[in-house]
Every structure is written in C-alpha cells, then in structure tokens.
Design a protein around this ligand. Structure first.
Ligand SMILES: [Zn+2]
Length: 252
C-alpha cells in the first residue's frame, strides 16, 4: 500500500507566499484524475531573455522542486530581474511527488512521452508551455546511482557548448562531479552527456528533446546525486542555475 511522503500543497503555498504578485501564480491546470493542480509561474514577464525551469517530472526526485522553492524564497531572481523572463514549472508530477514514485498515478514515466500521440495530461501541460521561444530550458533531476553531479546538454550553437563545463566548474565546489566515461548508459565526458544528433529517429523523447525540437537555443538536464544531503543537492542546482543564466545575460 502506498503512503503519502510529501504534500504538494505545502510546496504550492511556499511558492505562493514568496511570489511578487498574487496574479503571477498563473494557469493552474487542474488534472481531473487524480485531483491535482499543475502550476506555472513567471518572473520578470516581458524581459528580453527567456528561460523555462522545471522540476519534479520524476516524482521521487524532490531536490529540484525544493531548489525552485529556495530560488524564490532566497530572492535569487534579484540578480537577473532586468534581463530574464523565467517561467517555472515547479512540479510536473505532483502525484509522484506525494507518493515518492518516479512515475505518475498511471505508472507512466512522463519524461519518456514527449513524442507520444496521446500523452498524459502532465506532458500535455508541459508541452503547452512551449508556445513561445526559449533561449534556455533547465530541467532539474536527481540520480540515486551517481557518485556526483552531471548534466545533459543539447543546443543549436556550438559556441554555447562551453556552458556545460562552466556549470560543472562552479558546481564542483558544492558536490563532486561524476567523471565516469559512461553515465546512465550513455558516453560522457567530464560529467557531460551529449545526446545523439539523430534525435528525430528516436522512438521516444524526453522533455529536453521536445524543447530542442521546439527551437530552444540550449537545453540542459541537470542531475544531482541523491547520496548527498538535501541541502547540498539544492545548493548544487541553484549554483548551476545561476551559472547558466549568467552565461547568457553577461554575454549579450
Ligand atoms: Zn529524473
């Protein structure tokens, strides 16, 4: 029998409390079965650079959800408020978050269904957020097996390839990097996995490849290591987000 491990409403009320305006906790898309709200909010609406930051698509990876709360609660947007419009999807799998399961209530791994003909409602909701162009998308995950932090990156401009390295350089002050030559069945270099180029022929897409397909300049999937404490995992993600946002806003 399943027992609730977390309460998504606590997360939503923490976020609501720290949002600059009541109205900005926007577009609650209510799932009918089971009854959960899928939530998005936007900071810095109308700013020149656009990023989408999402978490909790795997329900048993709570550090990304916590990192988004912490980003808001500690005013980390302050440094970016002139340049960035940040759209947040704080928890894409609220059922999984509550019950500590990777999959949703139907037993589906949502991050495998972004090429599906009739995707689940959580995936449909995430897809609907791509009605605009993003310079950057960041997905926050965690991995139970990894000895350290690593990331996937895919982008349209080779000049941005250095971003992955920059992120890991900063993160390694918080958490070691996974330097294995193979991570999660993919070949990796210094903690960076570059998904294959022939993504169109894949049978399934994760959210990052859907993002790339929709034209995003740089797509990042960030993986923190569950073996470290929650505080360390959160800090590692926050440092990675800072570095990624700074990379674009300082350059242009
Ligand atoms: Zn994950």
């Amino acid at each position: 029998m399943n027992f609730k491990k977390n309460d998504i409403e606590i997360i939503y009320s923490r976020l609501r409390k720290h949002l600059p305006g009541e109205n900005e906790f926007a577009i609650n898309h209510l799932m009918e079965t089971p009854k959960y709200s899928l939530v998005k909010f936007v900071l810095g609406e109308g700013n020149r650079l656009k990023a989408l930051i999402s978490a909790g698509i795997h329900g048993d990876e709570p550090s990304g959800v916590e990192a988004i709360c912490s980003f808001l609660e500690n005013n980390r947007f302050e440094n970016f408020a002139d340049v960035w419009e940040l759209t947040f999807l704080p928890c894409l799998n609220p059922y999984g978050y509550e019950y500590g399961s990777r999959e949703n209530h139907e037993g589906k791994d949502l991050n495998r269904l972004f090429k599906h003909d009739s995707p689940p409602q959580e995936v449909k909701f995430a897809m609907s957020i791509f009605d605009k162009y993003y310079d950057l998308t960041i997905e926050l995950h965690e991995d139970f097996m990894t000895p350290g932090y690593y990331l996937y990156q895919k982008g349209r401009r080779a000049e941005d390839d250095s971003l992955g390295e920059k992120i890991l350089q900063d993160v390694k002050n918080i958490m070691p990097i996974n330097l294995n030559g193979e991570i999660d069945g993919c070949s990796a270099q210094e903690g960076i996995i570059i998904p294959e180029n022939d993504f169109e022929s894949m049978d399934w897409w994760p959210m990052a490849l859907y993002s790339f397909f929709k034209g995003t300049r740089r797509c990042l999937t960030l993986e923190t290591a569950t073996k470290f404490s929650m505080a360390v995992r959160i800090e590692a993600h926050l440092v990675a987000i800072d570095t990624a946002l700074n990379y674009f806003s300082r350059k242009e």
